[in-house]
Write a protein that binds this ligand. Structure first.
Ligand SMILES: C[S@@+](CC[C@H](N)C(=O)[O-])C[C@H]1O[C@@H](n2cnc3c(N)ncnc32)[C@H](O)[C@@H]1O
Length: 272
């Protein structure tokens, strides 16, 4: 099975996706717990992380945004369209997105602003200079060869366009054999490598913020707390077998971020 087929199997309307639908309001990404907002639920924190990325993207009504790896539920794309009035084209591997994203976008009142395309980000179905901005939210971690994807995104962006990437850079104590990494089909690059790849793809003004302690560490702790505190609710959402797998594997993710084998970063850059 190809790497993409494994990634697809993980996300296409699966128990894993059901967990994020139920506990993270349709965002298949982590949550943001800045100091002073420790009381937020997982769903509030996931929405807060998307809000942080929206702020970094800085787009407005009428602009066109590309969401690379938008996910089968497209929670971030829908929040972005609702918050700014921009037009969002999402690209994702899951065929079920064709059914689910229009339903979710309609329920949020942004049916006309959000479109989804099923396909691989290494061959984007858009002409050059199509978009004012792009983001990749917890997507690049799954891509073994990141450079062609970054070159494709650069190709379809207009001059002066912003790109925002939320991802899991390899930390100081990264080891490729970590079960959390291999079981999730993660292919982490260090923050320095990601910055270099962005520059090589033609992006300038590359910056990154380390959010390991405000995003990854608290998110994994909350996942564990939820699984332990609300086992029946979690089992009802994901099923008994997935619950057992989840309870066995999430401590590895938690440890990976506490030990800085992995980090969490928000990268920004722009086209010249
Ligand atoms: C962790 S989920 C994030 C989904 C969404 N960005 C969100 O934050 O809710 C990772 C997503 O990346 C997508 N993805 C991974 N590799 C991809 C590729 N080569 N082309 C398109 N999408 C890809 C997967 O299909 C999956 O939907």
């Amino acid at each position: 099975m190809s790497h993409e087929a494994h990634v697809l199997e993980q996300y296409d309307d699966t128990p894993f996706t059901a967990w994020f639908d139920h506990f993270a309001a349709g965002h298949i990404h982590l949550g943001y717990w800045p100091p002073g907002r420790e009381d937020q639920s997982f769903a509030e924190a996931a929405t807060a992380l998307t809000a942080l990325l929206i702020e970094r993207l800085g787009v407005f009504a009428g602009q066109r945004v590309l969401d690379v790896g938008c996910g089968v539920l497209a929670g971030p794309a829908i929040q972005l369209a609702a918050a700014t009035g921009c037009e969002v084209d999402g690209v994702t591997l899951e065929p079920n997105a064709k059914r689910l994203v229009p339903e979710r976008a309609a329920a949020a009142g942004v049916a006309d602003n959000v479109r989804v395309h099923v396909g691989n980000a290494s061959a984007l179905p858009f002409p050059d200079d199509s978009f004012d901005a792009a983001w990749l939210v917890e997507m690049l971690i799954h891509v073994p060869d990141k450079k062609p994807v970054l070159r494709e995104v650069h190709r379809v962006l207009r001059p002066g366009a912003r790109i925002v990437i939320a991802d899991y850079p390899a930390g100081e104590r990264f080891s490729p054999g970590l079960r959390w990494v291999t079981d999730n089909y993660f292919v982490p690059a260090s923050a320095a490598e990601l910055e270099r790849m962005l520059a090589e793809a033609g992006f300038t003004a590359v910056t990154w913020e380390d959010h390991n302690d405000t995003v990854a560490v608290p998110s994994f702790q909350r996942m564990l707390d939820l699984a332990l505190a609300r086992p029946e609710e979690t089992k009802a959402v994901v099923g008994e077998d997935t619950y057992e797998l989840f309870a066995d594997l999430v401590p590895d993710g938690s440890a990976a971020h506490r030990d800085r084998a992995l980090s969490y970063g928000v990268f920004t850059a722009r086209t010249p």
